[in-house]
Design a protein around this ligand. Structure first.
Ligand code: HEM
Length: 430
């Protein structure tokens, strides 16, 4: 992707396009922009690696929260797809120099940037294909099957490379600089010298790189992309026009964490990428229908959400009765809500998935990279089945948002605890 002519674009839009394009040229274009700064300048990280969480996915305490305690995800995201170089694992053994280089490079990120929205949070997750390189199998305590199609309507491609690095920050230049530090020609990150990079361990798969954004007002900035209508509300944090990620609809980090075995402290991760038919969503549907299909019919009748979900506080307003009414809503009102039916998979009232999804206009098409953390991939599959709602007696067009989303890629990952994040063996010593 080449960078567009900046004179016709706002700074925010230009920087977003630069994140999507990636690369050293994109980074310098951003840094040499309006402010004419020559490097990123954000809060520094720490040399004391023991002060950082032992779980890679422990982001929540470090991120900001709104007045209702809902975690505010970083605004800008990059998923860097990685393929291991040939000699890094030979005869089922990891080359120690490569492992040390990986750990040192990741520590450099932590030294450079504060673990926060303004700095950088990240995880490095590994696919089943990576673990198949070893003679031993993963322990029984880890549920990490190969990804498969999960609905009869989809024929997705699968993430069959080795690993994915998820970089997230409120500052777009930070995600770009961190990626370029690890794989490009940048040797200083936020003023801190990079000791080593990942170029001797992994190759970046440019055509599998994914990017995106989440946050109030960001989706509406993309109405220049074909397929993103002017009707996207100005304040909406997601392209479909509503808030998401309410505290009570999210698994806690504890609930998503593996509790036993050598990978205790890790989590599994699923990434489902999809296109969204926003033109139909906004043109053929009105606000009442959109609320019915995303939340529940009762949310629409009682006007519980407001325009973009601003009336909801720490919860998406899904009482037990509303969740239990899913079947009856299908039969009696011919419509069910996406969150209403997904919530049927809660266990003992607790959501199983910690969702960290973000929108995208990768490939100049609107979409969502749905990323969730959970203890077992099977939990994701069960929630996805509840969301699909094949059991419900309702037409496809009114079965939540299924009619508007088109899944094109799936991947399963293990996000090991921080102590095992650098090229973990399949069967670590206890
Ligand atoms: C374009 C795609 C999607 C959009 C716009 C979307 C939007 C939403 C919204 C607005 C909510 C309610 C607010 C909240 O509770 O945070 C929600 C809840 C939820 N969504 Fe999605 N979602 C999408 C895709 C998915 C996918 C692929 C899954 C996979 C299983 C999923 C699973 C869930 C779950 C588990 C909940 C919470 C249910 C509960 O309260 O227990 N969503 N989503």
């Amino acid at each position: 992707m080449t960078l567009p002519d900046r004179s016709s674009l706002s700074r925010r839009e230009y920087v977003r396009l630069a994140v999507a394009a990636g690369g050293t040229a994109a980074l310098s274009a951003c840094l040499g922009g309006e402010d004419d700064t020559s490097s990123v300048d954000v809060p520094a990280g720490t040399d004391d690696s023991d002060s950082l969480p032992t779980r890679q996915h422990a982001w929540n305490d470090a991120l900001t929260a709104d007045e209702h305690g809902n975690v505010q995800p970083p605004a800008h995201h990059v998923l860097v797809a990685l393929s291991l170089q040939d000699d890094v694992i030979e005869d089922g053994r990891v080359d120690e120099t490569a492992r040390e280089a990986t750990e040192t490079a990741l520590r450099s990120l932590e030294r450079a940037y504060e673990w926060s929205n303004e700095g950088l949070v990240f995880t490095l997750g590994y696919t089943p294909a990576y673990f198949e390189r070893f003679d031993e199998s993963l322990p029984d305590s880890v549920d990490l099957p190969d990804p498969t199609a999960l609905t009869t309507q989809e024929a997705p491609e699968f993430d069959e490379f080795d690993a994915v690095l998820h970089l997230a920050s409120d500052v777009p230049e930070v995600v770009l600089e961190a990626e370029e530090g690890l794989f490009g020609e940048v040797s200083e990150l936020n003023g801190v010298n990079l000791e080593t990079d990942l170029t001797s361990v992994f190759d970046r798969l440019e055509d599998r790189r994914r990017t995106g954004f989440v946050g109030d007002g960001l989706p509406a900035e993309h109405t220049d992309v074909s397929g993103v209508p002017e009707a996207v509300p100005d304040d909406a944090p997601f392209l479909m026009g509503f808030r998401s990620g309410f505290r009570e609809s999210q698994a806690t980090e504890d609930r998503a964490t593996l509790e036993s075995g050598p990978f205790a402290g890790g989590a599994t991760q699923h990434i489902e990428s999809m296109d969204i038919n926003l033109l139909q969503w906004f043109d053929q549907e009105n606000h009442f229908q959109r609320v019915s299909k995303l939340f529940s019919r009762e949310h629409a009748v009682e006007d519980l959400t407001g325009e973009v979900g601003e009336e909801l506080t720490a919860s998406s307003g899904l009482s037990l009765e509303r969740i239990d009414a899913t079947d009856a809503d299908a039969r009696e009102h011919n419509v069910v809500g996406h969150s209403q039916k997904a919530a049927r998979a809660r266990e003992d009232g607790e959501p199983l998935l910690l969702r960290r999804d973000f929108n995208t206009v990768d490939g100049d098409r609107p979409g969502l990279h749905f990323l969730s953390l959970q203890r077992e991939i099977d939990e994701f599959v069960r929630v996805r089945e509840a969301m699909t709602g094949a059991d419900l007696d309702v037409p496809m067009a009114n079965n939540g948002i299924r009619h508007y989303i088109f899944v094109n890629r799936r991947g399963n990952y293990l996000v090991p605890p921080r102590s095992l994040r650098a090229l973990p063996p399949a069967a670590p010593e206890p």
